[in-house]
Design a protein around this ligand. Structure first.
Ligand code: ADP
Ligand code: MG
Length: 681
């Protein structure tokens, strides 16, 4: 039986009770246990005292030269004894180990591990052994595991050693020889044995390197295999794109596409005309003009006689996109419909019927769009937002309905490469690299709360000049209720401060109609200042708004601030972003500096990653990055890049899909169900 399914209770020493505790740590099978790698090592190699720095942990060997002295104080004991080590006389001290007293005899050899205090020539002993003692740690490197519940390090070590003794011979190699050879990796069974019992810290690291590579390589293999298989299939829609019609549509736009936009449009149209399913990521900074690219692609689909769907995260955005598509498509007679959570049952029924009959060309909505009861006559293209990544599940829902549309995923967050290949490695990527010409860079200031009065007069100045302002309220992590309260409070304060100004309020607890009404009033310029929670974050487009004020800006992620800032600077007027924050820490100050230094989203993402680490980078909402068991993305990002290149190279070779040396890897792909139980061919 494979160690991947053999229960951990099969290991001698693991009873029912312990098995439950192991399960709570994610360890169910023998392989889970073997793969439970230590997060650090304790080195018991005997060293010379002369080489030790003050405060360092060390293991030394010496001879007891004095009688032990035991002191008791307030329930504790202190045992001390003089020991001669390498010609030095030192004082060894044990706390609460009084039972050792009778065993410490002059002339006896002893191995001591502890923290060295050079000034007092004293070693605070954490471990001591007599040479020749059974189960000696002396000279070894001991693994330290992260443990929970009643488990102890000692038990964990013992049980893992037991598992190795019982099963390490059965550990099968996963990596193909071409890769173990290329990197000089030790075989898998040996690597696991070594990682738990290295002969030295360096050997432990080597074993870890192998296991990290393996983990990241297998992860990338799934993505790359998925990508390769998707591309090799011919069961997508080969769209008959009417290029002259698309060109005419583009020419009629109120502006010229940027070179970058033209390039990504070409990439997308190319995929659409191929028989495979497009699975493409469209990335570009805020305001780079992704929406119009999506509109062109959807137009092309409709002209090819198919239907399109545009999925967005919020109802406000859905409404906004519906309106702009209506405007763009009106001269061509395309039918655009809106389906959201607040459509009435009746509207919904009618709409679904029209959709099924093919009376609707493009449907815009929240993720409800791909639900089980929504049928299209023939769906050609789905454009979606990264927050609702179009996953394998959604694809298979559509497949079951006999549809296999092209999919374009737009991301509003520029992502550094390592994270991009981690979160979106299964996709082809198109990037809009430049902003439309003539954009004035947004001037960004970071100010302290004490300057609130001046910020308010800034709002007044912009509004008096005919412009509009956003005011984003403090964010309380995980508490929508408090966010809402903050917005209500700030709204009241501003109304008191500007009794004659029309000030709107927007937050997540309002009904869709209320939100829409406020947004509409803001768009039409009736509302001058809009106080909002972060519901405004993505995609909203009001070119006359020139001022973005963010309260407690240090509570927001940098990418989120960049998104918020992207709500202004969309028109001809100079725009401003004012971040109100009193950062207390150096990192906090660095973050505000990053915002005022640059308006390049990729640069901000890079700094954000540096300051926060990848775990936090995506936040909870957009976790495309898995929790790796062994790898640490902060340390191992270069391995990720290497693993990705290796995996891509491997799956592009036909030998991978047939060769005997890759049977294990193909079985792995089958087992992990990247293909949703579909048989690989
Ligand atoms: P994104 O979705 O990438 O943040 P949008 O698609 O909302 O950006 O575009 C931002 C604004 O720029 C919109 O008002 C849009 O009409 C305008 N725009 C898009 N492309 C161009 C272009 N090539 N030239 C001028 N304006 C453009
Ligand atoms: Mg947009």
């Amino acid at each position: 039986m494979s160690l991947h399914v053999k229960e951990v209770r099969e290991v001698h020493g693991v009873g029912a009770q312990k098995a439950v505790e192991l399960a709570s740590m994610g360890i169910f099978t023998v392989m889970d246990l073997l793969e439970y790698v230590p997060y650090r090592y304790e080195d018991y190699t005997v060293r010379e005292l002369a080489s030790v720095k003050d405060g360092e942990r060390i293991t030394v060997q010496g001879v007891i030269v004095g009688e032990p002295v035991l002191q008791r104080f307030s329930g504790k004991t202190r045992l001390s004894c003089r020991v001669m080590v390498d010609q030095f006389l030192l004082n060894a001290v044990w706390f609460n180990r009084h039972f050792l007293k009778d065993r410490l005899r002059p002339q006896q050899e002893i191995v001591l591990t502890g923290k060295w205090d050079g000034k007092r020539r004293q070693l605070s002993v954490s471990d001591s052994e007599f040479p020749g003692q059974a189960a000696s740690k002396t000279g070894t490197v001991q693994p330290v595991y992260s443990i929970a519940g009643t488990l102890t390090q000692k038990w964990m070590r013992k049980v893992i050693q037991q598992a190795l003794a019982q099963y390490s011979d059965e550990v099968e190699e996963v990596l193909p020889e071409s890769l173990t050879g290329r990197y000089g990796f030790m075989p898998r069974g040996k690597a696991l044995a070594v990682i738990h019992t290295p002969s030295g810290v360096e050997e432990g690291k080597q074993a870890r390197r192998r296991m990290v590579y393996e983990e990241l390589f297998l992860f990338q293999l799934k993505l790359q295999a998925y990508r390769a298989v998707t591309r090799s299939r011919s069961d997508g829609v080969k769209q008959q794109v009417d290029l002259p019609a698309v060109r005419a549509f583009v020419r009629a736009l109120p502006f010229q596409l940027t070179e970058s936009q033209k390039k990504v449009v070409a990439e997308i149209l190319h995929d659409m005309q191929e028989p495979y399913c497009m699975n493409r990521l469209l990335q570009g900074d805020v305001g780079a003009g992704k929406t119009v690219v999506a509109a062109i692609a959807l137009f092309a689909t409709v002209k090819a006689g198919l239907q399109g769907a545009l999925m967005v995260p919020t109802e406000i955005l859905a409404e906004q996109h519906k309106k702009s598509l209506d405007r763009l498509y009106e001269p061509y007679g395309l039918q655009v419909a809106l389906l959201t959570g607040s459509s009435t049952d009746r509207q919904r029924r009618d709409l679904l019927a029209s959709l099924q009959m093919g009376l609707i060309d493009v449907i815009v909505g929240t993720h409800a769009l791909i639900q089980e009861d929504v049928y299209f006559r023939q769906l050609g293209l789905v454009v979606t937002d990264e927050q609702h990544r179009f996953g394998v599940n959604q694809r298979s829902i559509l497949r079951r309905k006999g549809m296999n549309p092209d999919v374009l995923t737009m991301t509003a967050t520029p992502i550094p490469r390592t994270l991009a290949i981690t979160a979106f490695g299964d996709m082809d990527v198109s990037t809009i690299k430049e902003l439309p010409k003539g954009r004035k860079p947004i001037k960004t200031y970071s100010v302290h709360h004490s300057m609130l009065e001046r910020v308010l007069s800034f709002i007044d100045r912009e509004v008096s000049a005919g412009r509009q302002a956003y005011v984003i309220c403090p964010l309380i992590e995980e508490s929508e209720k408090l966010d809402v309260q903050n917005a209500i409070d700030v709204h009241i304060q501003l109304q008191q401060h500007f009794p004659s100004m029309s000030i709107g309020l927007l937050h997540g607890r309002m009904s869709a109609q209320e939100k829409e009404a406020v947004m509409q009033a803001f768009k039409e310029g009736l509302v001058k200042t809009l106080v909002s929670t972060t519901v405004i974050e993505v995609g909203v487009d009001v070119p006359n708004a020139t001022l973005m004020v963010v309260y407690d800006a240090d509570r927001f992620g940098l990418s989120q601030l960049h998104q918020l800032r992207g709500r202004v600077g969309r028109g001809e007027h100079q725009s401003y972003c004012v971040l109100i924050a009193d950062p207390k820490t150096e990192v906090g100050k660095e973050r505000m500096k990053a915002m005022t230094d640059t308006s390049d989203g990729f640069e901000i993402a890079r700094r954000d990653l540096e300051l926060r680490g990848p775990g936090d980078f995506f936040g909870t909402k957009q976790s495309g990055v898995p929790d790796f068991r062994i790898a640490d993305m902060m340390v191992d990002f270069e391995v990720m890049e290497q693993a990705r290149d290796d995996a891509a190279e491997l799956v592009s070779a036909s030998s991978f899909w047939t060769g005997a040396e890759y049977t294990q890897l193909r079985a792995y792909l089958q087992r992990t169900q990247v293909f949703d139980n579909e048989v690989l061919d």
